[in-house]
Design a protein around this ligand. Sequence first.
Ligand code: FEA
Length: 158
Amino acid sequence: MAKNNELIIWSNTFSCGIKLIDDQHKGLVKMVNEMFNHISGDEKQEHLYFNKIILEAVDYIRVHFVTEEKIMRFTKFKGYAEHKKEHDNFVLTVIENINAYNTGERFNLLNFTKFLKNWVLSHIAIMDKKYFEYFKKLASRKADGKLSITINDIAQCA
Ligand code: FEA
């Protein structure tokens, strides 16, 4: 099975220009690629690996979603509710999958990794892209053309 391959290669087209978000998206790409590199074709071994990393992975994803959602509220982005719904549905789907695997459904790391990859790439390309464009518009109204949002800014958002 392929080793040290990258299922996703980071591209600047994924970048929204806010370092905090770009770093988190890079972290998601790294996570998918790490899963990809643990595909062995041995169901038991793959499931053990999956059980070891999946809760931390879900936590990482949740932190990322909360960060984006706070920034969307902070910047009064109109697509917030629709975007949040997509985040919530994704987390529910992942949790349902974990439960199904733990109660006997056959586990296949390649299928799970592909599902994750496809979701992340299409979500960034379609949903996240909408706020990227909005942020660019906000940045263009600033004297320095930059929209810098930090952890401290969003910490004030509920
Ligand atoms: Fe709206 Fe961001 O969430 N990236 N992902 N996945």
